[in-house]
Design a protein around this ligand. Sequence first.
Ligand code: NAP
Length: 334
Amino acid sequence: MGNILITGASGFIGSFLVEKGLEMGFQVYAGIRSSSSRKYLQDPRICFVEFDFSTTEKVTETLESCRNNNISFQYIIHNAGLTKARKKEDFYRVNCQNTVHFIEALIQTGMVPEKFLFVSSLAAFGPGNPDSGLPVRLADEPKPIELYGKSKLEAERYITSLENFPWLIVRPTGVYGPKEKDYFVFFQTINRGMEPYIGFKKQILTFIYVRDLVRFIFIALSAPHTRKAYFVADGREYPSEIFAQITKKVLGRKTIRFTVPLPVVKTIATVGERLAGLWGRTPTLNTDKYNVLSSTNWRCETEPLQLDFGFTAEYDLERGVTETLAWYKKEGWL
Ligand SMILES: NC(=O)c1ccc[n+]([C@@H]2O[C@H](COP(=O)([O-])OP(=O)(O)OC[C@H]3O[C@@H](n4cnc5c(N)ncnc54)[C@H](OP(=O)(O)O)[C@@H]3O)[C@@H](O)[C@H]2O)c1
């Protein structure tokens, strides 16, 4: 097995990618920032490379110093990204501009890998049509509904415009699992006996358990397919209540169920966003998140995963959530 560079290695998905890379026998280079936590990167086999993606020159310097030490990368997973931002422009800067700087530096230094896998998001395409209920398909026109998705789409557009560049794009739907902090808030709320819903319309959601996502990414890396994009979900569709049902069952909790009407959520999101801006904080609920939470159809096409790679998810939501809750309990989060 060769060398693999995984950016955003310190984050939730990144730490699982690192673990999987090591398990598969790769020499793993964890791409981090000088400020990144190494809490989940304790395996002594991991090599670290500190990147500053803010300019092409800075990335070039880092890549040249790798090359001077006889280090090149067979595969690169560019997983670093911002899912929440304090300032709106941060999405574009981190998710799009940093990706451009990284690729420019790879090309300039002649260090283009055999495959460059970009972790995008279903958000780059936005939700499916609420009336038809049809899944979002690869051939559809992307219609992102928030800045995060727009910034991922911009990065995708740059990548796909490149000639002779061996890219592969994965667009996961909601990813959950141990160490994850956003769905965790919902698990915690249920654990405290409350079961909130947003709006009265029926929502259809899709998910992928983090271990299935990283397994798919490594299958896709070594497969011959290149210059293609894939949505990644576990192939099932879930009504919004299912998360709570499974969580209540596993935790043995009874809850008070209530629904917050959409206009109220929108007001909270707008006010919360302004206040968070004044206090320099990153709001959990903002107007972008409101758009996501109020969309009713998050189905996406997953057949190509089976057709091109023979991939089927091993975890359905019940199995994945059960494993996740066991981890939160073991670690004292719940
Ligand atoms: N979680 C999901 O449901 C989901 C769904 C679809 C796609 N994705 C994508 O998956 C990727 C990983 O997400 P995650 O959920 O694991 O998020 P996460 O836990 O917040 O991890 C994000 C990672 O990106 C790094 N990063 C952020 N800003 C950076 C910058 N300016 N320069 C260099 N590195 C930077 C972070 O480094 P620090 O530790 O130093 O902050 C961290 O390692 C992202 O690209 C995200 O868009 C996630």
